[in-house]
Design a protein around this ligand. Structure first.
Ligand SMILES: [Zn+2]
Length: 192
């Protein structure tokens, strides 16, 4: 899958919007990304997962670990493509943890899979969960890397699509400075 095909898939699904947005954090951005809108189509999830698996197979993972909720769907599909288990970590009292009887053993080679890597924080946290549970993290992957390839991890990392989507404080937003109206993602365009 080429970068253009991926971008096209995201745009057609409404998962990548370009314009001038006010994010939930209050920051402004020229782009809005919502991977769930692509992953709602199982055949797209399958295609993306196969592309990730193609790259990750060389790391010989024995289990895929994803942070809930965002990583669950793609993690499951990558597990299917690799023919290995797919488990997830979830927050309990704010701390990412393995629940539901999910376990890792010292022989487990863990691949951490996420839908989107923003700063790498959640990937690092998921890697720590794997290590604490006795697994060995062999690599990490995501569909999108919105840090534009700037994130450093201590293991090999692959993203299918790198996009640079900077965010701005409202009073330092170049799009506001240009006088472009700001919209909240998900809201319908207002017809004047
Ligand atoms: Zn703005």
């Amino acid at each position: 899958m080429t970068r253009d095909e991926l971008l096209d898939l995201y745009r057609r699904s409404g998962a990548l919007l370009e314009g001038h947005f006010r994010l939930t954090s209050g920051l402004h951005s020229a782009g809005y990304l919502q991977c769930a809108l692509v992953l709602q189509y199982p055949r797209h999830a399958e295609t993306l997962a196969r592309a990730i698996a193609e790259r990750a197979r060389a790391w010989r993972p024995t289990v895929v670990l994803s942070p809930a909720l965002g990583g669950v769907v793609i993690g499951q599909e990558v597990g299917r493509a690799l023919g290995v288990r797919a488990i997830f970590a979830e927050r309990q009292d704010g701390v990412l943890t393995l629940r539901r009887g999910f376990m890792l053993s010292p022989g487990d080679r863990v691949l951490v899979v996420e839908d989107v890597l923003t700063t790498g924080g959640s990937t690092r946290e998921t890697m720590q969960v794997a290590t604490a549970a006795g697994g060995h993290v062999v690599g990490a992957a995501s569909i999108v890397d919105r840090s534009g390839g700037r994130t450093e991890l201590s293991v090999p990392f692959h993203a299918l699509l790198e996009i640079d989507l900077p965010t701005y404080e409202p009073d330092a937003c170049p799009l506001c400075a240009k006088g472009l109206p700001v919209v909240k993602p998900g809201s319908r365009p207002v017809v004047a």
